[in-house]
Design a protein around this ligand. Structure first.
Ligand SMILES: [Zn+2]
Length: 71
């Protein structure tokens, strides 16, 4: 009657990032190196760029200006 331990605590801890797989000792508390890296990237913030994000307004502005000039 004095065991406020949640039932989930008995299970293996899940990856703190994706929570889809159990955390591995090698990358604890993450499930894989991928999750560990992603978490690190989030901490670093500006120092890391995620590939696949081609949304640079500067490029568009430059292109528009260039077209106007030539026109
Ligand atoms: Zn994970």
């Amino acid at each position: 009657m004095s065991d406020p331990k949640p039932p989930e605590a008995t299970k293996a801890s899940l990856c703190v990032l994706c929570r889809r797989g159990p955390a591995t000792p090698a990358f604890h508390p993450f499930c894989s190196r991928r999750c560990a890296d992603l978490d690190l990237a989030r901490w670093l913030g500006d120092g890391y760029r995620i590939p696949g994000r081609a949304d640079d307004p500067d490029e568009d502005a430059e292109y528009a200006a260039s077209g106007e000039r030539t026109g």
